[in-house]
Write a protein that binds this ligand. Sequence first.
Ligand code: URA
Length: 246
Amino acid sequence: MPAERLQKLLARAGHGSRRSAEVVIAAGRVTVDGTIAILGTRADPDTQRIEVDGEPIRLQPGEVTIALNKPTGIVVTAVDDRGRQTVFDILTDPPPHLRYVGRLDRDTSGLLLLTTDGELAHRLSHPRYEVMKTYEAMVDGIVAEGALEQLRRGVMLEDGMTAPAIVEQLPGTPPPAHFRVVIHEGRNRQVRRMFEAVGHHVSRLRRTEFGPVRLDGLAPGASRQLTPEELAALRALVGRGDPHEV
Ligand code: URA
């Protein structure tokens, strides 16, 4: 394998995003064949010994990216300090260094992406790339057209104005009314808080799409690997080429 930049190799070995790998390198914690590396160092993992804090890095054979249909009641975290079931408890045989891409709150179900590609995870959840997320929300009460317009234009939350959103009522018999909401931000409990801001409680929330990936027929609790087409589309969205191509 030709020599690659260390931060790229570290990210592939599960040491966070490239940016956080740079911090680890700059802190002098990385050695190549026993010599402390600096930013810009390149190395060939096939012929050189790369260590972080004295431990050899372990490159993944290939990156894995998974779509999970998260059921309600499951927490999106690595370890829950209250002992509740996490997404990692319900995945069968998750690969090492799998990390979730953004979060869904405990009461929200639907599409959650998880990936071993630290840089991809970082970019997909970075506001700069404005990746669209689609939700279906069941909302109590009759939501006036004026309130929907406010949601579309942006509402003031305690952490600032929300960006313009697509909000449309789905066919059905209100109340409770059923809405499709598309946002590119990923703030904590954002859809719930947006409706609260216009006086309505969201009683059920499900994410159905994340960028080009759709939940479709995936049963609650089930997961699948992304297809090569989905992965390529996702990578293209955030300018993240195949990490194994040089
Ligand atoms: N909006 C919410 O309210 N909850 C989520 O989990 C995601 C978006």
